[in-house]
Design a binder for this molecule. Sequence first.
Ligand code: NAD
Length: 365
Amino acid sequence: MKKEFSFYHQVRIYFGRGEVDNLSRLLNEFGFKRAIVICDPFFKDKALQMAKKEKKIKAVFSDIKPDPQLADITTAMQVEQTINADVVIALGGGSAIDSAKFVAALKYSSFDIQEYYYQKRSFSYTKIPVIAIPTTAGTGSEVTQVAVINHNDEKRTISDKAFLPFACIVDSSLTLTVPPKMTMICGLDALSHALEGYWSVHNQPICDLYSKESVKLIMENLETAFDNGKDIEARDNMSYASLLAGLSFAQTKTAAVHACSYPLSIDYGMPHGEACAFTLDKFIEINADERLEELSRYAGFSNPLEMTDEIKRLKKKAELKTTLKDAGVEDIEGLAKKCLNQPLIKNNPKKITLDILIKLFEGLR
Ligand code: NAD
């Protein structure tokens, strides 16, 4: 066991079916008076209904698309200014939550948003709080200090304590409408977080516990949630697994799987979780060691390779992209070079070289 580690966590977590109905209680308890809801278009009606019931909600911004753009965040900030919000409620998947984090963190900033995007300037700690309400079970964004934002053809993961939500409400009933393929993509995103949180060079014992339990729950529940989206118990377990995986990688950071997912998303248009799943089983093979053996056994497999077989089966079942041909990749070396340039690659426990990446992608022809 590692004898030295640090663990920082400040997000209040409210978990449970129907917990979203207690939002007013939370707003009252902490004395918030003017809230803006930043939400996924799918939840526009729900957000408007919430605003009708709860008068402290003064504005709803629902124009957040998947892989959010900096320009949309600028528009959301303008809407926020019209009501001078004292809290931002994020209702949606990772895209809505990450956008809300930016709006809240930049509330009192007078500088160009691009200075923060390119991290030329630190975020101010005089921000307003975010209450994150995830509607997918995948990103764990509700408990991370990370925001993944796109600007033109660039996708950046920006990490800053200013992004940590004040609270999150994890209510699995909000995930019942996620379509099967998206359910699988999000579930494999959470699985990537759990595994990378476990094997990152920054791994530590508390996160090991979260990761192991998360992998076990995902392996036991993801297929059921995919087959029957209305299975609330499977949805509960997936929301919990995603939360645990978020708590894990929030401390340890992700590694090579996420590093490779960025060029696959930006250049080949793969949704984030699908891009992670694309190389996940390959990195399990690369990183297999005694610790991973132990995790596999905890999750119900006799060894890591058996776990990779299950991941491959799930990807096939959901018709996710599994080959370079499916993904439209022709220039293997070009892709490998871009993956190697991603900072997160350094967090992988085995040193990743260009040769390893080229061999990995050749194995996905
Ligand atoms: P998303 O927020 O991009 O949403 C994907 C699609 O699902 C959208 O079309 C949306 O309308 C739909 N959707 C969301 N909830 C739904 C529901 N309950 N019912 C029906 N449809 C629903 O998806 P995501 O996977 O949650 O988030 C992906 C984003 O999060 C990416 O930008 C990724 O890079 C980022 N991310 C952030 C972190 C972090 O820690 N901040 C971690 C991982 C990923």
